[in-house]
Design a binder for this molecule. Structure first.
Ligand SMILES: Nc1ncnc2c1ncn2[C@@H]1O[C@H](COP(=O)(O)OP(=O)(O)OP(=O)(O)O)[C@@H](O)[C@H]1O
Ligand SMILES: [Mg+2]
Length: 302
């Protein structure tokens, strides 16, 4: 938490301060402080029912917060907040398609309805989501993955600077997930779009987003950059000893180990070890220290 607060955050497209939503006595979202910087793909990661959708609905004006503030493009949102939503594209609830029409016809209707002269033509936009070849197929004949790509395309029709997607890969197979991931990365890299995307799957978020906000039971546990996540997920050696204060000088001076973290009264994590564990054990034991565990571990964010 401390690290997040001290990190310098520039150019926030979205910030929430103490964002809270209560249903009766239950807090669906509790005191959430999100920070989404311009140009990033921000992953909101959390198990089912932890408040992702509730958060995104509040941010996009679909749901009134019980408490807290939302800043979009530096502007504090108060009701009504229509002006700013022209700069945002959203995919939150399952989108309504004209099922009997083609993707192209669906997009044409959206473009006309919004009255926006899109920078990209409908053709370009279909190409972007890899649906330009589907000239005949009606949406009702689309696979789930195709529908999701069309939905993202619809959210992009007015060239928003910021898109907010609630679990766009839900229900997709690995291939479908990959296509969505590539699409989002492309939007980010080529169009400079800022993305806020939620998911309950760590591996999926890991491959796409940076930073990641971890939400659990309505509370934002942490905001981490990918680098911090990788750092935490490093392999390490778990060492349990009878006496920590006597062990540390031995580790440092005799064994030359400098990258470690004291975890508890009897436990140390050793990182970046090439030396063998038997040697560590020997040095500690010959100096009268009891070693009750010495084993290689893989940290896990889950
Ligand atoms: N309209 C509502 N009335 C009462 N409780 C609600 C309502 N909407 C959401 N909740 C509760 O708020 C909590 C958070 O729900 P939310 O849908 O935001 O979670 P989520 O992280 O999006 O879950 P999932 O991964 O399943 O989509 C849940 O306990 C849910 O039951
Ligand atoms: Mg949800």
């Amino acid at each position: 938490m401390q690290e997040t607060r001290s990190r310098v955050l520039k150019n926030l497209v979205l910030q929430t301060v103490g964002l809270t939503r209560q249903y009766g006595a239950q807090f669906a979202v509790h005191q959430l402080n999100l920070h989404v910087e311009r140009g990033k793909i921000y992953g909101l990661l959390g198990h089912n029912g932890t408040g992702k959708t509730t958060t995104l609905r509040m941010v996009t004006g679909l749901l009134q917060p019980t408490e807290g503030e939302i800043y979009l493009f530096g502007e504090k949102m108060t009701t009504p907040t229509k002006a700013v939503f022209g700069r945002i594209g959203t995919l939150i609830e399952s989108p309504a398609f004209y099922e009997n029409l083609t993707a192209r016809e669906n997009l044409k209707i959206i473009a006309d309805l919004r009255g926006t002269k899109s920078k990209h033509s409908i053709e370009d936009s279909l190409k972007l989501v890899n649906l330009d070849q589907e000239t005949k197929k009606r949406v009702r004949q689309f696979s789930l993955g195709m529908k999701q790509r069309l939905a993202i395309d619809m959210a992009m029709m007015h060239n928003p600077e910021f898109i907010i997607l609630d679990e766009p890969t839900n229900g997709l197979d690995p291939m479908g997930i990959q296509q969505i991931r590539l699409l989002i990365q492309k939007l980010s890299a080529e169009n400079g779009v800022t993305v806020l995307i939620s998911s309950h799957i760590l591996s999926e978020i890991e491959q796409m987003a940076d930073p990641v906000g971890i939400i659990d039971k309505g509370i934002l546990v942490e905001e981490l950059t990918m680098e911090e996540i990788r750092h935490r997920n490093r392999h390490y050696v778990k060492l349990r000893v009878s006496d920590i204060s006597q062990s540390i000088p031995l580790l440092e001076k005799q064994l030359g180990i400098s990258d470690f973290e004291i975890v508890g009264e009897q436990e140390v994590k050793l990182f970046q070890l090439d030396g063998n564990l038997a040697e560590i054990n020997r040095v500690l034991v010959t100096n009268g220290i009891g070693v009750s565990e010495l084993s290689v571990k893989k940290a896990n964010l889950e």
